[in-house]
Design a protein. Sequence first.
Length: 168
Amino acid sequence: MSNIGIAHHTSKKRGTWSAEHGTPEHVIELVRRIFGRIGVDLASSMVFNEIVRAACFYSRMLPCPDDLDADYLQKPTVIYCNPPGPSGEVKRFFDIWQRATKQPNHGAFLIYNIDHWRMLRPTRPLWALMFDKRLRFVGARHQANFGSVLITTKKPPRGFGHIFRWEP
């Protein structure tokens, strides 16, 4: 089963892939607190967009193009992404997100597994928020077995985890 273009992570259980898992609502509220309204979600679905409430979103039915960049977008906007599961997809979506969030655009990128974060390289200084608690993704039965990181183009507020500047 292809996971391209869906905002979720997957884990293998009893030889089959689990259900899609969306961003927890409190994480989306934090993104709104930092930036305001989310304009574009790079990897979502109709169900998950009920939480994100992006003006437009890409999904499995309408995958995000690899060449999406700031010039493609009509006006300045906030771009969010909770990428699909496999580490190769995380890197691909992170590269798309970095191109799309050049000035005047801003955004947030949720890395649900801290191990995936180590393979990514920023092209400019960004902010990273390591959550104090493990996240429980929408649709998941339990909290994640790993830490999560929210990468942002603006400094996040204190009180949600450890914040630091992430340099290229």
